[in-house]
Write a protein that binds this ligand. Structure first.
Ligand code: ADP
Length: 468
């Protein structure tokens, strides 16, 4: 299999070379045609020049041509590849270059013919043209011009064409080298970030397989490329690394939190059971109730964890029905009346009837968790439960005048196992899962929940539900 870099380099190079070859061929054809037209015109004007030169040698008083001068002119043009002969109006020969020097005439034409064949690949023929000569209205003769036709290149023109072709060839070679180098550079620039991204993904997979994944999450790919998609790719891989590192950290944290949560009640259960076995303790109802309380806590914890995992992995199916949220709140509030009365906290329901479409049991669980916290973290004052309708939404608020939550803790309270009581002493009794469940249930309904609080001033939890 060919690498992306090589494939791109080859494709670019081939494309540029084909483009270049095409341009060179077109340039060659255009200049060749243009040059040939130019040469044909120059031959035509040469013929006219010869005609003029011969006519100028006519002496009207003697009614004849000056032969000595004609010979000089004829020999001069012969060397240039034009063989002249002249006849008078009655067709009698006056002068013929071939008669003067047949050998030179043949040689001159042969040389040109050979040059056209070998240097330019043109098989030429001898063309004969005749031009009548007039002195005023009187015809004084006919000049015949034989030359290589339909056109021929002089030595200088031939040399020029050869040089031009060499220059074209050399430039093509330089362009090919330059374009191959540019292609290789361009291909490298495109392939490098993709290779880096693929290496990073590969190393993540490899480390996962070997079980030492965190090492692979320190990905810092260059994110600034001139190509949007490449920058996006690098950014995504870097983000993936960060997200995986965070997920790994949370998973570890979760495992250690669960271990911690289980250890405390299990240790006390173990100690008590050992004490019973050793006969150190007798199983009084109080002691057995205390143990039962720990067991119930454990059962609740595992149940909460199961619920939370199911909610977070979206394996829970919501059984939605239409019901009045005010009725649900009323039922929930009644469950806390005894406890709040004992604590000296007033429960104030301000309920307005509002129909919602939701999973009754899950929403009840949410309300109970919020109410339980409110009662738990409030020692005096009030807990107000209200329902309000606002801009087509239904706001369910649970506001207390309890301990409140510090601004440092507030952003984290919906995280699993987050408790403001860091010592994990049993003072508050919670496990830190209640609000995580609340948040997951609300998210599953596509609703929103927010918390406002100030330490020592109480808290307000607001659920924004959509009205059906
Ligand atoms: P927990 O079982 O510990 O109550 P939660 O997830 O329900 O766990 O709550 C997380 C933390 O948020 C609690 O430990 C508590 O510190 C804080 N919190 C929740 N509700 C309130 C409230 N109404 N007043 C003060 N603190 C609260």
């Amino acid at each position: 299999m060919i690498s992306l870099q090589n494939r791109l380099a080859c494709t670019y190079s081939i494309f540029l070379c084909v483009l270049l070859a095409g341009l060179a061929v077109i340039a060659n054809i255009v200049t060749k045609n243009f040059f040939q037209e130019l040469v044909k015109k120059s031959i035509e004007s040469k013929n006219q020049e010869i005609v003029r030169a011969v006519r100028d040698l006519y002496n009207p008083w003697e009614k004849q041509f000056t032969l000595s001068a004609l010979e000089a002119v004829g020999m001069l043009f012969m060397h240039e590849g034009f063989i002249i002969d002249l006849e008078n109006p009655s067709g009698e020969k006056i002068w013929d270059a071939r008669d003067m020097d047949m050998e030179h005439c043949v040689l001159a034409l042969q040389k040109i013919n050979e040059r056209m064949r070998s240097s330019h690949g043109i098989l030429s023929e001898i063309q004969n043209l005749d031009f009548p000569l007039y002195f005023g209205a009187e015809m004084i003769g006919t000049v015949y011009i034989a030359s290589v036709g339909p056109f021929f290149y002089t030595e200088a023109q031939s040399e020029f064409i050869a040089r031009f072709n060499k220059l074209l060839g050399a430039s093509a070679l330089v362009f090919i080298i330059v374009s191959v180098s540019i292609s290789a550079g361009l291909a490298g620039a495109l392939a490098r970030p993709i290779k880096a991204a693929s290496d990073a993904a590969h190393s993540i997979a490899e480390h996962y397989r070997k079980g030492n994944a965190p090492k692979a999450f320190n990905i810092a790919l260059e994110e600034r490329y001139s190509t949007v998609e490449l920058s996006e790719l690098s950014r995504s891989i870097n983000k993936l690394g960060r997200e995986l590192a965070e997920a790994e950290r949370r998973q570890k944290q979760l495992t250690s939190d669960i271990a911690h949560e289980l250890r405390t009640p299990l240790t006390s259960l173990q100690g008590a059971i050992e004490a019973f076995i050793d006969g150190v303790w007798t199983a009084t109802p109080e002691r057995l109730n205390a143990l039962l309380y720990e067991v119930k806590r454990l059962v609740k914890l595992t149940e909460d964890l199961r619920t939370l995992t199911a909610l977070e992995w979206e394996t829970i199916v919501l059984h939605k029905t239409y019901f009045d949220i005010a009725e649900l709140l009323e039922t929930a509030v009644s469950q806390f009346e005894k406890l709040s009365r004992e604590k000296g906290v007033a429960l104030i329901p301000r309920l307005e009837s509002a129909r919602i479409y939701a999973d009754y049991d899950r929403i009840k669980q949410v309300v109970i968790n919020l109410l339980s916290n409110a009662v738990h973290y409030t020692d005096s004052g009030t807990i107000t439960i209200s329902v309000e309708k606002e801009f087509g939404k239904i706001l369910i608020k649970i506001a207390d005048t309890g301990f409140g939550i510090s601004s440092a803790d507030l952003p984290h309270i919906f995280e699993r196992f987050y408790r403001t009581d860091k010592s994990r002493s049993r003072n508050t009794g919670g496990s830190g899962i209640g609000l995580a469940i609340v948040s997951a249930v609300i998210a599953a309904h596509n609703w929103e929940i927010s918390a406002e609080s100030k330490a020592g001033k109480g808290s307000v939890f607001t659920i924004t539900a959509s009205s059906p």
